[in-house]
Design a protein around this ligand. Structure first.
Ligand SMILES: Cc1ncc(COP(=O)(O)O)c(C=O)c1O
Length: 413
């Protein structure tokens, strides 16, 4: 148990808001410019990486200034923004976000809980929002790491949390509510989420057991429509009213989109405004805490993959990173990223053409879902820069076939 950790039961308080304010004040001052672990080699830009390293292995670049910009955008969220660690758990990413003011984290596993605790201790808030957790994970998260916020979407999971977590008036369980399909690339309400009637029953059950109740949802990842958030908030309001339960937390999840080429993404303020207005239209008690837990929109723009062309065969190219590496999301035919060719030696540029792009493994699925446009003179030894690769890239890579994208550098400072 962390020595600095506060518990609600240690205090008389008037709602979660006051509790969180007190936690804020009690957070130990930690050195905010600290860098954990060995610093990554730093380069001015991608061209400098290629010029100096002439890399024959893929290189993944992290650009902290983009993380700081994204964190600044989220300071306008009308509540509290947690970072979804799964999206990119590299310590440089976590440290940079933390130093830029994102001091709370949505964690999915004990491994992520331990990582956040090891980096920031009690200076960080942790919210264990995976709706399917093992008993030991809940037990250790509670007793060793002092986590008081959990999410569930069925009765058994709620029972499990009540049995394994330290009870007390500071325990909060949010019911994950399934939302209607929206304009999102990745739907996140099929695997998890209680239907409204079931959510009503679960909220009542939590309240009857003397525990604070909340609602969370996820409108889907890369959700383009601000209305998806307001519709889900309206649904959450109806569910809470029907249950007659006072919400301590409303967590509007992640899903805020990254501005990938071809996606009709509005400015982040449109999504925040939609949330703010919808929140005003439902009955939320004054002390109810509004949370969001973005992953992609905080980190997407801060990552770049540099891959090298290994073989060209007509209009197909075979490169040394792929969908079992950092390019996993590009299996989806609608996923586009800014792509740039860096020639291994100078020559006249060919007319732009579409190329099918294969990764390095022997698996036929190791292919990008959409062709990419490149100058027609692309050849073996050239490099391809894939921009906006910060989300679900490093965290998804494997060592399949012995290929592993493990050369990491930093761009800028
Ligand atoms: C519970 C939860 N919260 C937040 C996120 C982050 O979502 P996004 O990257 O779309 O913002 C995810 C992504 O899977 C999630 O499952």
């Amino acid at each position: 148990m962390n020595a600095h950790k506060m518990r609600l039961s240690d205090y008389a308080f008037n709602g979660v808001h006051e509790f969180l304010e007190r936690v804020e004040t009690a957070r130990p001052v930690i050195e905010r410019s600290r860098v954990v672990g060995p610093a990554l080699p730093s380069f001015e830009n991608v061209d400098a990486v290629i010029a100096e390293l002439q890399p024959a292995e893929p290189v993944f670049c992290i650009e902290p200034s983009k993380l700081r910009e994204a964190a600044r955008r989220f300071s306008a969220f009308p509540g509290r923004a947690l970072y979804a660690v799964k999206c990119n758990p590299h310590p440089l990413v976590l440290e940079t976000l933390f130093n830029a003011g994102i001091a709370d984290f949505d964690v999915a596993s004990l491994e992520e809980v331990r990582l956040i605790d090891s980096l920031f201790g009690s200076a960080a808030g942790q919210f264990f929002n995976n709706p399917a957790k093992s008993r030991p994970a809940i037990r250790i998260a509670s007793s060793t790491h002092g986590i008081r916020f959990y999410t569930a979407d069925c009765e058994d999971e709620i029972e499990k949390i009540l049995q394994e977590a330290d009870t007390g008036s500071d325990l909060i369980i949010a019911v994950r509510l399934a939302t209607k399909p929206a304009d999102a690339r990745y739907v996140l309400s099929t695997k998890f989420g209680a239907q409204p009637n079931e959510a009503v029953r679960l909220l009542k059950m939590i309240q009857q057991r003397g525990v604070k109740a909340g609602i969370s949802f996820h409108v889907g990842s890369q959700c383009l429509s601000p209305v998806a958030f307001s519709a889900a908030i309206a649904l959450a309001g109806k569910v809470a009213d029907t249950a007659g339960v006072t919400l301590s937390v409303l967590n509007v999840g992640g899903g805020f989109p990254a501005p990938y080429p071809g996606d009709r993404v509005q400015g982040i303020e449109s999504y925040f405004a939609s949330i703010f207005h919808a929140k005003g239209g439902i009955n939320l008690p004054a002390g109810c805490l509004l949370l969001c837990e973005p992953g992609r929109s905080l980190v997407a723009e801060a990552g770049t993959t540099i891959a090298q062309v290994v073989v060209r065969r007509g209009k197909s190219i075979y490169i040394n990173d792929g969908v079992f590496g950092t390019l996993q999301e590009l299996t989806h035919p609608k996923e586009n990223r800014p792509v740039r060719l860096v020639r291994s030696h100078s020559r006249p540029a060919g007319v732009t053409a579409e190329f099918k792009v294969y990764g390095p493994t022997c698996d036929s699925n190791d292919v990008l879902g959409a062709p990419i446009s490149l100058p027609g003179d692309v050849q073996e030894g050239d490099w391809i820069e894939f921009g906006m690769m910060g989300a679900y890239s490093l965290s998804m890579r494997t060592k399949f076939n012995g290929f592993h994208t493990d050369k990491l550098v930093m761009l800028g400072n």
